[in-house]
Design a protein around this ligand. Sequence first.
Ligand code: ZN
Length: 244
Amino acid sequence: MRIGVLSDIHGNLPALQAVLADLRRGGTTVDAIWCLGDVVGYGPEPNECVEEVRQGGWSCVAGNHDVISAGDGDTAAFNPAAAQALEWTRRQLTAENRDYLAALPHQLVVEGVTLAHGSPRDPVWEYVLSVRTAGDNFACFGTPMCLVGHTHVPAIFRQANGRATAFAIAPDHPLDVSPGRHIVNPGSIGQPRDGDARASYAILDTVQGVVVHRRVSYPVALTQEKMRVAGLPGRLADRLAYGW
Ligand code: ZN
């Protein structure tokens, strides 16, 4: 089974559409799409992005921006620009899309793979950025693989013989994930933070036992223009150009 692993779309529809076009292209077709949360927040088209997820029938878990946008929780944990975008997103969401986000599970097991937005230990909020944090989290899920997002940085951590290690990620370079256990982050579609502005996602092939990260160019200026028209913070639009 080939699965498109998407995360942190963040209301960026042009980026999501570019990734979906890439998935449909010959040779990279997939049997399913799994989404690791943060469908909304930051970006200018939250409803359109939620509708893609709903209409596609994708398996999806809740991200921190989904939980806060769909509820009335405090935005104080976010920086001022993110908080402003979250409050804007709350006002935009239709009742159906808000209910959909509010009902998302915080963790899922699909086809023997664990899905969480942040980490298996703290599914909505924890960032797995280091080998040490990854190492602690291997005890918190029962499947060979856990897929996470939240950091907006593509990553693969492996646990073998009780020891965790990290792999350097190179797009289009398949990594063998059959030996050991893994925590895999596909990176972010709507707001990459690794210095590469292109949308980031991954393809998991459960038959071959490989993960391939992919990067896809999209019209960044189009998303930025939509953000300006919506009155979203300029800093959030600017950062898309340099992927940080
Ligand atoms: Zn995010």
